[in-house]
Design a protein around this ligand. Structure first.
Ligand code: NAP
Length: 482
């Protein structure tokens, strides 16, 4: 933490400088494990937002013209510096978000990888040339940076959600303004400092924090020089931003909420299914868009699966995120605990039985017990909403079609998990599940080299893989002949 305190947290990062915000007010950053204030950050106004757009606009032509190899090498250096400072970053994430140090280390490694991956993609922006079907013209397609990009990120992965956007934006030749979540702004400023050290030119990445996200984002989106919005957060806020982006027809990438089903068939390898369930449910203490939200387990295996999952959940060490032995930290704030508690109470009232947990932890901080529920009624709210906490509701099914119908019965479509030894069934069902990603006999799928994203109301577009850089490029078609 000592190193982290060296960050000029009370200033905005604009045009390569730590600049004073135009308002004097500061935003408190609270450690959810202790409820203590661990820092304060600047509170940007719309005037600061306009300054950030000016800085991004001033830097845009030179950055777009920078040779891809040079951009690539700077991104590679960002990766190396994140690896160098990974322990400091992990500690900072754990302090401001509450997640266990182990999860924070995992996030830091994942976050750094986006710089390595997009350093490699920066030099692979290929177009194509073809003869038109009529034979009358040559069709040249080349890719150009889409332009100034507003990047808005959530609190649950303070480093990775930022780097998953910054790295492809920079690789594509775009300049950007990052608006991190108010609950977890310190990590973003720490990363900004590393980017400057890595040689990212002034104004290419600007970071602003604010207590008025709507107003500040609107001010940025109202500037016609801004051509891209990349948002990760709730579906509810995503809808608001999509409406706003319509005013100036801004290109949008949306990584929104999830309600992941986790299917376990009678023929599953139960060891593997339990391991998969623990990571799919408990990575980040359940505060992940990819978190398994609903467990559908076939009748034959259900009693053993439920008993073993309850044993594992009940044995987790719940404690202050930064303590080395912690397996489950607190939730991000008091509101998050209230929401989880009310979802569990609703399920209980509708007939669910609690196998383990089911209560708030009586101590300072925003803790909730790891919980497993069975006999969950189909109308329980926690089957319909993102739980975003350490709670696993189990529903029993008999037939494959019944499981698929229940899995698809949601407006979300980010990810689905499935455990079966029958690979043909696994692939057949994968095609019928309405989700952008499938974990087939795996509880974690996130990988910078793979396209991350959802269908239905879980989002638009993909991050990571080659797809991620395309979100920050525009195709230009030149028709010619010779
Ligand atoms: P959120 O409330 O939607 O906030 C996300 C970001 O949007 C924050 O920076 C927030 O700022 C900002 N924001 C809020 N209202 C805004 C407005 N009117 N205009 C512009 N920006 C606004 O989401 P969250 O609670 O931070 O994150 C949890 C959600 O993110 C979950 O639904 C989760 O599933 C989703 N998520 C999705 C993915 C994915 O890849 N699909 C990954 C991670 C998380 P403030 O912090 O100041 O409110």
């Amino acid at each position: 933490m000592a190193e982290a305190q060296n960050i000029s947290m009370t200033h905005l990062f604009i045009g390569g400088e730590w600049q004073q915000a135009s308002s004097d007010s500061l935003i408190d950053v609270v450690n959810p494990s202790t409820e203590e204030i661990i820092g304060r950050v600047a509170n940007a106004t719309t005037a600061d937002a306009q300054r950030a757009v000016e800085a991004a606009a001033a830097a845009a032509p030179a950055w777009a013209a920078t040779p891809p190899r040079k951009r690539s090498e700077i991104l590679r250096r960002c990766y190396e510096l994140m690896v160098r400072d990974s322990e400091k970053i992990a500690e900072l994430i754990s302090l401001e978000n509450g997640k266990s140090l182990n999860d924070a280390r995992g996030e830091t490694a994942y976050a750094a990888e986006f710089f390595r991956w997009f350093a490699e993609e920066a030099v692979r922006i290929n177009g194509d040339i073809s003869r038109s079907p009529s034979g009358l013209a040559r069709t040249i397609v080349q890719y150009e940076p889409i332009g100034i990009s507003l990047l808005v990120t959530p609190w649950n992965f303070p480093a990775a959600m930022a780097t998953r956007k910054i790295a492809p934006a920079l690789a594509a030749g775009c300049t950007c303004i990052l608006k991190p979540a108010t609950d977890t702004p310190l990590t973003a400023y720490f990363v900004a400092r590393l980017l400057a050290e890595a040689g990212v030119p002034a104004g290419v990445v600007n970071v602003i924090t604010t207590s008025t996200a709507g107003k500040v984002s609107n001010a940025i989106l109202d500037d016609s020089r801004v051509r891209k919005l990349s948002f990760t957060g709730s579906t509810e806020v995503g809808r608001v931003l999509l409406r706003k982006a319509a005013d100036s027809v801004i290109n949008c990438s949306m990584e929104l909420g999830g309600n992941a089903p986790f299917l376990v068939f009678d023929d599953a390898d139960i060891e593997l299914a339990i391991e998969g369930a623990m990571v799919a449910k408990m990575r980040n203490g359940g505060e992940a868009c990819t978190a398994a939200n609903r467990f559908y387990v076939q009748r034959g295996i259900a009693p053993e699966f439920s008993r073993r999952l309850a044993e594992r959940m009940g044995a987790l060490v719940v404690d202050d995120g930064v303590n080395p032995g912690t397996q489950c930290g607190p939730l991000v704030n008091a509101g998050a605990v209230d929401k989880v508690a009310s979802l569990v109470d609703d399920a209980r009232k509708k007939g669910a039985r609690i196998l383990v947990g089911g209560e708030r932890v009586k101590r300072k901080g925003h803790f909730y017990q790891p919980t497993v529920l069975v006999d969950v009624s189909p109308d329980a709210d926690l089957l319909k909403e993102e739980i975003f906490g350490p709670v696993a509701p189990i529903v029993v099914f008999d037939h494959e079609d019944e499981a698929i119908a229940q899995a698809n019965d949601t407006e979300y479509g980010l990810i689905a998990y499935m455990f079966t030894r029958d690979l043909a069934r696994g692939l057949r069902i994968s095609e019928r599940l309405e989700s952008g990603m499938i974990g087939l006999n795996r509880g974690v799928v996130s990988d910078p080299a793979a396209p991350f994203g959802g269908v239905k109301q879980s989002g638009l577009g993909r991050e990571g893989a080659h797809h991620g850089i395309l979100e920050f490029l525009e195709a230009k078609y030149i028709s010619t002949n010779w």
